[in-house]
Ligand binder design. Structure first.
Ligand code: ADP
Ligand code: MG
Length: 344
């Protein structure tokens, strides 16, 4: 469905926002694009959707090059940009009609808009001015706009940003639902977003893909190794040396003395190695009992936090979390009925 090859984007000829990224997305997949702020997610999405030109690389949508056949390629994509281009003074219906005409969709207009409104559940606000809709509804209107023309591929950039927890759950549900009939790519800097919705995740950091897999497989990939903690009653230096020489062990670090005559090490092991049996046999040969041996696997959450905190100046340069665009003051009654509709 989508094939991205060796994509690179430099801003102002120097800032490399995207650095030689390649990936493909199969039809029907729900792919998460996970990365801290400044990782290059929006840049990639803007290029894939033809809104921005790449410095290098190609994008094929269903075999069509986004540069050579932009119209044919773009017709297959529905895009919700990070800052949806909503016309705040239009009603939802006016806006969707406007987008319909803009996209030159060849379908019965009223019926198509009605169908989409039902799908994203915005029936109740169709005649409300967009700026008077809650942020949750505005996001649904953004998704509705992307769905006009029945594109096969939906690209959603940070669809849950600025939403409250209830709205986040609703939007996740909606995306999962849309995933039944569409290929979906969504980006987020929030791990739980992609874990909840996606069957496959690309982790992107500093313009590069650093992991690609099912959410459950990522922590191993990102850690690049497994670690465990081993406590042994034996002479520090000799135990250290012995463990170090076991094939598959990448590093051994002394954690300190524990109990009486015992030392504790962290042992780093190559990704697909299991050295526990060998550690047991060799230490037993020397009569140095293992008092404890436990895996020290990082959770994906921990790894991701490290990634974000990892002295990444790109993160620091980003403005603080984009402020939720507060809709203009709403009459309490309107808010009330909207909340009901949203929870329904
Ligand atoms: P993300 O969406 O993952 O937060 P972006 O793609 O928005 O990341 O940004 C990637 C990098 O490119 C960041 O360092 C950002 O500051 C930089 N960047 C983004 N847009 C521009 C621009 N228009 N001009 C210059 N630099 C930009
Ligand atoms: Mg972004």
């Amino acid at each position: 469905m989508l094939e991205v090859k060796n994509l690179t984007k430099c801003y102002h000829g120097k800032i490399k926002a995207v650095d030689n990224i390649s990936f493909s997305v199969r039809e029907g997949e729900i792919l998460g694009f996970l990365g801290p702020n400044g990782a290059g997610k929006s840049t990639t999405m803007n290029i894939v959707t033809g809104y921005l030109s790449a410095t290098e690389g190609t994008v094929l949508i269903d075999g069509k090059d986004i540069l050579e056949e932009p119209n044919a390629a773009k017709r297959k994509i529905g895009y919700l940009p990070e800052h949806p281009p909503l016309y705040m003074d239009m009603t939802v219906r006016e806006y969707l009609t406007f987008i319909f005409d803009l996209k030159k969709v060849d379908l019965p207009r009223e019926a198509h808009i009605r169908e989409i409104a039902a799908l994203v559940r915005i029936n109740d606000v169709m005649d409300r001015v967009i700026k008077h809709c809650s942020k949750g509804y505005q996001q649904r209107v953004g998704i509705a706009q992307a769905l006009i023309g029945n594109p096969e591929l939906l690209i959603l950039d940070e669809p849950t940003v600025g939403l409250d927890p209830t709205q986040i759950i609703e939007i996740r549900k909606l995306i999962t639902h849309l995933g039944r009939n569409h290929t979906v790519i969504l980006s987020s800097h929030i791990l739980s977003d992609v874990q909840a919705v996606c069957e496959r995740v690309l982790v992107i950091n500093k313009g590069r893909i650093i992991a690609d897999g099912a959410p459950d497989d990522l922590s191993r990939q990102l850690a690049g190794a497994n670690a465990m903690v081993v406590r042994v009653a034996g002479p520090e230096r000799d135990v250290h040396k012995l463990i170090r020489t076991i094939p598959g062990v990448k590093a051994v670090n002394l954690l300190g003395k524990r109990e009486k005559n015992a030392v504790e090490f962290s042992v780093e092991v190559a990704q697909d190695e299991d050295v526990r049996g060998e550690i047991f046999r060799r230490l037993a040969e020397r009569n140095w009992p293992i008092l404890m041996m436990q895996p020290n696997e990082l959770t994906l959450e921990q790894i991701f936090v490290r990634l974000i905190e990892g002295g990444d100046d790109l993160v620091a340069r980003q403005p603080a979390a984009p402020a939720a665009q507060e809709p203009a003051a709403e009459a309490p009654a309107a808010q009330e009925s909207e909340r009901e509709a949203e929870n329904e």
